[in-house]
Design a protein around this ligand. Structure first.
Ligand code: GCU
Length: 439
């Protein structure tokens, strides 16, 4: 009851805030309602609830030996490691540890930016002293008025830093032309000037007392089957996919945060959209240093249930013409056989527990199966509860624009794939509740 009253008050406040913040325009993908594509890579996709069929999900609180997990201690000591290993083995692959040669070059040490609202830093992360290794260029803004280390919103971006935020002080960088990649002939090109997909609402975050950081995902691993040699994966013998590599990149930025006294490294929320939503789900699951996760429209291979046949499936992801390089090779065995997979999105969510997680979806983003993300969160609920946290506390899929902001949170905007202006006040409320910025 108290929660319901609170939610009503919050929704009214969110509506007012939505009118106030200068959110970026909705991304093109989020504007129109695209009709669902019936066949992708020659594989039909189902969009009919009546044809979803039945499925059984693994019990998150049952150990592989059949014993029940009844306390937090057993969860952390036994079940969590079992699940982590399962995802490493069967879905994302094994990521290497923090590189011994990692070092940080603070190129821009703190320059007033964004009309005096922020202090900008730019940091280059190196992984080795040997030539030919990728580097990550991180762009950071701290609220100018901050007197203490600030909580951070770290978002992994599709474009170069210069396209993620409007600021002439951002150092010019290059990107991959992924459509033209071919092994042995890959060169980076100057970053385009068009804003990247899903721009960050930096004003609203800074005003709420958060620092903001971002980097270009292609710095870690180019998003192309033909770009392996140019990415970080080529420097290790592990079998890991691009999603794990992007997640690994986020962990390396966290390594830097731990050295920067203007940042509170214990209050870092991570964020990504779409394939980068998958990356932040895995980053949050595999690196417990992250304090909170916001995954936007992460869909199949992220927070949507694979056992539920709706929209994209593992077979679509792993089709040779699409994204098999995002995952470990082992994942392909479940293409067409999701019922054989011992893991699913609810177990991935459980790996993020007890830390706050917001699944942000779109009501007409059928391909990503917004209902499948809700059902995964429902199935992960017992783990949040075991660890003393608030799960969704309902099994009824809420309508669009009826967010549930508990420790485990779900919010569906009215519209398609990506982020829309309406989502930002929801993000900020969720972040405020859990990371308590000093404002
Ligand atoms: C494709 C892919 C999705 C992915 C999305 C994106 O639609 O099938 O799994 O999330 O691209 O990253 O934009």
């Amino acid at each position: 009851m108290v929660k319901k009253v609170w939610l009503a008050i919050f929704l009214a406040a969110a509506a007012t805030l939505a009118a106030q913040v200068t959110a970026p325009e909705p991304t093109p993908a989020a504007q129109g309602v695209k009709p669902p594509t019936p066949v992708v890579a020659g594989i039909p996709a189902n969009y009919d609830e009546a044809k979803v069929g039945s499925y059984t999900l693994a019990d998150p609180l049952l150990l592989n030996n059949g014993q029940r997990v009844r306390d937090a201690k057993t969860w952390y000591a036994k079940r969590r490691p079992e699940l982590l290993q399962m995802f490493e083995q069967l879905q994302y692959g094994h990521s290497p540890a923090r590189p011994a040669g990692e070092r940080f070059e603070v190129v821009d040490k703190g320059t007033p930016a964004l009309g005096g609202k922020a202090i900008r830093k730019q940091v280059r992360i190196y992984f080795s002293r040997e030539p030919g290794w990728p580097v990550i260029d991180v762009l950071i803004y701290l609220p100018a008025a901050a007197k203490k280390p600030v909580p951070m919103f770290l978002s992994i971006s599709f474009g170069a830093n210069s396209t993620a935020v409007k600021d002439p002080g951002i150092l010019a960088r290059t990107v991959w032309d992924v459509k033209k990649m071919s092994p042995g002939k890959n060169e980076r090109i100057p970053a385009p000037t068009t804003p990247s997909f899903a721009p960050i609402n930096i004003d609203a975050l800074l005003d709420a007392g958060f620092g903001v950081a971002t980097f270009y995902y292609g710095d870690v691993d180019p998003d192309s089957a033909n770009g392996f040699a140019e990415g970080i994966r080529a420097h290790y013998s592990e079998d890991w996919g691009s999603v794990a590599a992007w997640a690994w990149g986020m962990s390396r930025v966290q390594d830097y945060f731990e050295t920067d006294s203007s940042v509170d490294a214990k209050r870092v929320a991570i964020h990504g959209v779409s394939r980068l939503g998958k990356a932040v789900m895995w980053a949050g699951a595999s690196d417990t240093r992250f304090a909170a996760v916001i995954a936007s429209c992460s869909g199949e291979g992220g927070a949507a249930l694979s056992h539920r046949d709706y929209g994209e499936t593992i077979a679509h992801l792993m089709a040779p013409s699409r994204y098999p390089y995002w995952f470990t090779k082992n994942y392909a065995q479940f293409a067409g056989y999701p019922d054989k997979a011992p893991m699913d999105a609810h177990l991935l969510i459980a790996l993020i527990a007890p830390r706050p997680l917001l699944l942000q979806t779109g009501s007409t983003d059928y391909w990503s199966d917004p209902k499948g993300e809700f059902l995964a969160a429902v199935a992960a609920g017992p783990v949040y509860q075991l660890l003393g946290k608030d799960a969704l506390d309902t099994t009824t899929w809420p309508a669009a624009q009826q967010p549930i902001l508990h420790d485990l949170a779900y919010s569906m905007h009215d519209g398609g794939h990506g982020i829309v202006a309406w989502d930002w006040p929801i993000y900020i409320e969720f972040l405020r509740m859990h990371l308590h910025p000093e404002m």
